[in-house]
Unconditional design. Structure first.
Length: 84
């Protein structure tokens, strides 16, 4: 069963990934699903350990930057501290 999800990516990455998917006869959704399946198939200690296809080099430039979302309370505190 398919489920819908909303994700945000850098626009340049999305454009490159769309072209890659189109050239390989799959949708961007399926390409993302394939990568998520690899990531969750087990045995990886960190995201850098996941073996990904050559497309990563095609669609990315430079080092990958993993940004973890801030906690809600931290965002709220930051907002109120700026108001003071």
């Amino acid at each position: 069963m398919d489920a819908k999800v909303t994700l945000s990516f850098d626009a340049n990455i999305i454009d490159k990934a769309k072209h890659y998917a189109e050239n390989h006869g799959i949708s961007l959704s399926r390409l993302t699903e394939i990568l998520l399946r690899k990531a969750t198939s087990g045995g990886y200690h960190s995201i850098e350990d996941i073996p990904v296809a050559d497309w990563v080099n095609t669609v990315s430039e430079g080092e990958a930057e993993y940004i973890t979302p801030r906690k809600r309370n931290a965002v709220k505190d930051e907002y109120y501290n700026r108001k003071k």
